[in-house]
Design a protein around this ligand. Structure first.
Ligand SMILES: NC(=O)c1ccc[n+]([C@@H]2O[C@H](COP(=O)([O-])OP(=O)(O)OC[C@H]3O[C@@H](n4cnc5c(N)ncnc54)[C@H](O)[C@@H]3O)[C@@H](O)[C@H]2O)c1
Length: 426
């Protein structure tokens, strides 16, 4: 049994802590958010993440998982300290390293001799050096171990990774870290820290590129009368391409892709390379948000000024409560700018959302349909498939639906009298 501290009890930190405790390690997880830690101490998981509540309760009941707000105390005597704190986008587009540096400065004097600090946050090339400087502990090795989990299936992804990437200056410390993951059967890529850090950004940039690509193909399909679902199927069977991330939609978003693509563009720029390809990927994405809004306006008869628009879904994808950089929220903002009265429903959002004060938050999907001239299905929650569309149609001013996720069957909706538009479907 190894003693481990995990700093940050968010999507990555809490998942890492709960899974490492599940492997049989003694783990303490900290956060500066006292409310979050108070909830976790009582077994209440403050985020929506499948399987996480069960693992947290397991760790609490067998004593392998504990929580604290005291970073200095938590790292006392531990062999590994994982940094899982935020690295948000700064105004320049670069990753904001202040949370990482503050955490490192705080724990430096309290770390056990020759322990290992592991950077799991997504950080620019050279960040292990930044952490080393902030720690002021030459005896402590700083390793990069980027995380690739997806929100909504974080526990599953942590327990079944495609690969584990370890960036280390010394092979010995890489071997020590890899021993923590012995229970996992995945290839381990041991490399230098700069390559490990670049792998993470390149992976997210590539996935964002795939989504922007299929969104651009969807726009082409609309222009030439092809069906993007068929095109994606035909593309995805090619093993060189693969079927993942070929679903057109309202554009990508979430807590990672937007900030990580922006950061990679800046990393490249700072290093003297113009990453024009990635800038194009970002531009296609911004265009995509506007394209779906334009279609909703078209369905509303050309204007949404002073008219009710119902929005189904606010989170950036189904299976999570995360609304950070959500395309759904972006769509809502566009609609409000166009003068719409927006009513929105999301199964995970019960409290008013900061920054969306003008939106009427509904407690059930039908309330969001009342008096609407168009419904915008913005997040692919499964429950939207099973709505009573006869009832929806009766509640709306006129039955029209913009399906930004290609979740529904157009033919079925048309039978209910809906005018229906989707993405890349003729
Ligand atoms: N969310 C994802 O899907 C995902 C996937 C892979 C990598 N990442 C990366 O992992 C990092 C964390 O992301 P996240 O989504 O878990 O963020 P998050 O915002 O959900 O959680 C971060 C937590 O760290 C806490 N924190 C801030 N400063 C702290 C400190 N000094 N000590 C202890 N706790 C502190 C915050 O209060 C917050 O609860 C980011 O760099 C992100 O890019 C995220």
């Amino acid at each position: 049994m190894t003693r481990i501290a995990v700093l940050g009890a968010g999507y990555v930190g809490l998942t890492t802590a709960a899974c490492l405790a599940h492997f049989g390690h003694q783990v303490i997880c900290t956060d500066v958010n006292e409310e979050r830690i108070a909830a976790l101490v009582n077994g209440v998981v403050p985020i929506v993440e499948a399987e996480l509540p069960e693992l947290v309760r397991e760790g609490l009941s067998n004593g392998l998982l504990s929580f604290s707000t005291d970073n200095a105390d938590a790292v006392h005597g531990v062999e590994f300290t994982f940094l899982c704190v935020p690295t948000p986008q700064s105004p320049s587009g670069r990753a904001d390293m202040s949370y990482i540096e503050a955490a490192a400065r705080e724990i430096g004097p309290h770390l056990a001799r020759e322990s290992i600090v592991v950077n799991k946050s997504t950080v620019p090339v050279g960040s292990t050096k930044v952490v080393e400087r902030a720690l002021r502990r030459p005896d402590v090795a700083v390793l990069s171990n980027p995380e690739f989990l997806r929100e909504g299936s974080a526990v599953h992804d942590f327990l079944h990774p495609d690969r584990i990437v370890i960036g280390a200056e010394s092979e010995a410390s890489a071997v020590r870290l890899s021993a923590l993951f012995l229970r996992l059967s995945a290839p381990v890529v041991v490399t230098d820290p700069a390559s490990a850090e670049t792998i993470k950004y390149a992976a997210n940039a590539f996935l964002a590129t795939k989504v922007s690509f299929i969104n651009a193909v969807a726009a082409l399909c609309e222009a030439v009368g092809a069906d993007v679902r068929q095109v994606a199927l035909g593309l995805g069977y090619d093993r060189r391409i693969g079927p993942e991330f070929l679903r057109p939609g309202p554009g990508w978003g979430g807590s990672c892709f937007p900030k990580d693509t922006a950061a990679l563009i800046r990393i490249a720029e700072d290093a003297g390379y113009d990453f024009g390809l990635l800038a194009g990927v970002v531009a296609v994405n911004e265009e995509q948000h506007q394209r779906v809004v334009a279609k909703a306006v078209e369905l509303a008869g050309g204007s949404v000024q002073d008219r009710v628009v119902g929005v189904l879904g606010l989170t950036f994808k189904a299976g999570t409560d995360d609304m950070r950089n959500s395309p759904a929220v972006e769509i809502v903002r566009h609609l409000i700018r166009l003068g719409a009265i927006v009513k929105a429903y999301d199964p995970t959002v019960r409290e008013p959302v900061a920054g969306l004060d003008d939106v009427e938050l509904c407690q059930d999907p039908y309330a969001a349909c009342e008096g609407a001239v168009v419904m915008v299905l913005a997040t692919e929650w499964d429950e939207f498939r099973w709505l009573d569309f006869d009832k929806v149609s009766g509640l709306m001013e006129r039955p029209a639906l913009m399906d930004c996720r290609n979740l529904l069957e157009g033919a079925m909706l048309r039978r209910f009298g809906f005018e229906y538009k989707a993405v890349g479907i003729p």
